[in-house]
Design a protein around this ligand. Structure first.
Ligand code: AMP
Length: 340
């Protein structure tokens, strides 16, 4: 019987393994040697498996070492391994590993959000069609490196050639252009239990992204003196609550996402996911992104969130919620419903 929870040492590993320990599951950390000193400080980690690089988990010997474990995917797994590699991992993965490909592919991502009837920023098909402030995204850019803003084709071409010269963007990189939405950014954290067929809304965070967030501290007339490319590198997160009148729609967005995922990526989303978007001045929500797994913004709620407190009488982090689902599925003999 599987009873260890394993994850890569980064992103939200501490939250995940603390949660698993709270749920009385064994915990295993796959850890790069350079990070061993950090993770050894935490006594809820039962076993550390040292690697030179995370893609070693693709080797056969690791599936033996991780026998009896369930791997919890997070952002580092997605950024370090390709979709093909993730799908080929021999260790059972918590959640639906096939949907991770939909997270990594911008066109698929847009398709899923549209299927869920969740408003998305308008996609601009060619640079000549840029007629208002737009954001240009490089495929798979971690931390928004190589993203830029442009209001027309000329600005687009100028900025692009500048970024190519600086080697931030490669000439052959696939670029995706979408309307820039100005407003309040929110990252909505959900958990879907397929065994109970229940959606839980567990929290909201905000991201602090450098250097874009710093710009608002500088008068517009001085902003062009910052001799740096615009970046959206997440430095940290902070908690947030929404106006209660917006909550009903938040649940509805989550439910529509679940339904759409069931239609497009069988068996649909399992466990944690995050819908990331903007509320404009009329409090209308537009989603520019989703994550089909736990997001690092859940780390602000290791002791539970204002929303988890409404559902549970114990401190329920997203990491612990995952572990609880695993523990209960083991007891009820339906683990196959939550792993892939
Ligand atoms: P993403 O890689 O799509 O998560 O985007 C990284 C960051 O870029 C987000 O956290 C936002 O700050 C910003 N961003 C992305 N798309 C948009 C958009 N359409 N409108 C406004 N900001 C955006």
């Amino acid at each position: 019987m599987m009873k260890s929870v394993a994850t890569l040492g980064s992103h939200c590993a501490l939250q995940l393994l603390k949660g698993a320990n709270d749920e009385k599951l064994n915990t295993i950390l796959i850890c790069e040697k350079r990070r061993e000193r950090l993770y050894k400080r935490f006594n809820f980690i039962d076993k550390i498996i040292l690697v030179d690089s995370f893609n070693e988990i693709l080797k056969k010997e690791y599936s033996k070492k991780l026998d009896n474990s369930i791997l919890i995917p997070h952002g580092t797994l997605i950024s370090q391994l390709s979709s093909n590699e993730i799908e080929s991992i021999n260790i059972p993965i918590f959640g639906n590993k096939w949907i991770l490909r939909w997270e990594s592919d911008r066109i698929k991502k847009e398709k899923l959000l549209k299927k869920a009837n969740i408003p998305t920023p308008k996609r601009i098909l060619t640079p000549s069609q840029i007629c208002k402030l737009s954001i240009i995204k490089r495929d798979g850019a971690a931390g928004g490196a190589g993203y830029f803003l442009a209001s027309n084709e000329m600005e687009y071409k100028k900025k692009l050639s500048n970024l190519i010269n600086k080697k931030t963007i490669n000439k052959n990189d696939k670029l995706y252009i979408q309307e820039y939405i100005s407003g309040v950014l929110v990252y909505l954290q959900y958990f879907y239990s397929p065994t109970k067929n229940e959606l839980e809304f567990l929290g909201i965070d905000q991201r602090h992204e450098s250097n874009i967030d710093g710009l608002s501290r500088i008068p517009a007339s001085n902003q062009n003196k910052i001799n740096k490319e615009l970046t959206f590198n997440v430095i940290g997160n902070s908690p947030m609550v929404l106006r209660e009148s917006l909550l009903d729609e938040v649940y509805s967005i989550g439910e529509r996402f679940i339904e759409a995922s069931k239609k497009l990526v069988n068996p649909g989303i399992i466990g944690p996911f995050c819908i990331e978007g903007v509320y404009d001045s009329n409090a209308n929500f537009t989603a520019f992104e989703f994550s089909a797994r736990i997001v690092a913004g859940t780390n602000v709620y290791i002791n539970g969130s204002p929303y988890s407190a409404l559902l549970y009488n114990e401190n329920m982090s997203m990491g612990r919620r995952i572990a609880k689902e695993i523990r209960e599925s083991i007891s009820n003999d339906n683990l196959s419903k939550i792993i892939s």
